[in-house]
Design a protein around this ligand. Sequence first.
Ligand code: SF4
Ligand code: SF4
Length: 468
Amino acid sequence: MPKKYHIETKAAPPRFLAVGKFSTVEFREDCAGSCRQCVKKKCVYNVYKDSYQHVITMDEPEFLYICQSCFRCVQECTKGIFSPVINPEYTLMGDEYWQPEIINQTWFQAHTGRIPVSGAGYRGLFSGAGFDAMWTDMSEIVRPTRDGIHGREYISTSIELSRKPMRLIFDKEGNLPVSLPEIVEIPLPVILQPPAFGVLSQKELLAMAGAAQKLHTLMLIDAKDYSSSFTGFDGTMVPRLDAANYKEYVDIICKSRMVEMVDSSGIEREFATLRGFKPGLLISVGLPLDASAASRALELTGTGVDVLHFYAEDNGRETGSSNPRTLRDMIREIHRKLVDGKVRPTVNLLFSGGIAMAEHMAKAVICGADGVVVDIPMLIALECRLCGRCKRGESCPVDIGDIYVAWGVQRIVNLIGAWHNQLLEVMGACGIREVRRLRGEVGRALFLEDLERESFAPIFGQRKVPCG
Ligand code: SF4
Ligand code: SF4
């Protein structure tokens, strides 16, 4: 059995005071320290031990992003001096899709490498659009201990990116008359790529590349951003090229295991030239996740392409539509189209745009993706607040362009380490030991529309307003 894939995480605290959701206002006139049982010492997250800005500056309330809102301190103070309050700055972070909780929990994971917990429970909506209208079926949870999943049990999260033949045909001597493409495997269904916005300095790009290398995965990068600084990351980088410019980058192509070509009419005619530069080269085609994505995927399958990478909007929606569908529905449509066309095993599908949480990775795979491409969460791991100032040419409040590269590498590794552990939890609970078997396994998920149709419609009638 191969060695278990393990992501080494290590605490990488934030450089700036992170925007926290909760704080406690203390009415100290009632506290004389006389009970000698101060609840501050009992906080299991060491919030009051590690955060003392409010003591130094007398600047209260201090909003503590590592507070997990268990409210133990509020409930257990013998004099009842604590009152929880919500930070107004916190509620203004992000947007409708990249909500403050996502930003905050991404910071926590990048800092600690641990799975976030919510002490006060989830009190939000219980369904929404896209992935929020889908639940994983955990009914197969049979293992006795968590150590089973993270320790002794072998659960594989690796995927292959190379194309596969539909069947093997042998000649009379029992030999394979055709040469098979080289198998390229990555240990988790995640590839990294820099987001389309952000300060994106060389230091950030190097941190992202360093993390990809440490995780043994790949990182997409525009060929024009490829510089000599990336020497040493050759097997990790995937240059993004197009039909007009790729011949200018032969040296980079020859150093790479995989390249991505922007889709255009007749792009498949360039594949032979590309593999002439580097035999065995993996080729991905990047295309928009729009109304024609499924039919274009079917056309491209069988042209020798290894990977199809679909780009959704940053909010996980279809591109170029006035009524865009969700990533969840688009993945299912493309996967089904290729299954119905009997060509699904021959190509690998990756999706980017709107992959914001670990659960999105697992749910995308259940819907039919082979893997996902992570972009904005990496920026958030480097403390981005999604304030949008850089898009307007204004300064970055966390000076993100000037990070220490090693710190940035660790923050991204921590984040993906926490995501990987969450994927193991989901797979363990679903009773699936191979992420490749999770692909398209919709029997391991519950969909809001199905539940409403089968369980509620017979009683209350059909939904009149579509969900999401
Ligand atoms: S609410 Fe819980 S986690 Fe937050 S400071 Fe109080 S005891 Fe600590
Ligand atoms: S914190 Fe704001 S200015 Fe800085 S990278 Fe993020 S969105 Fe841009």
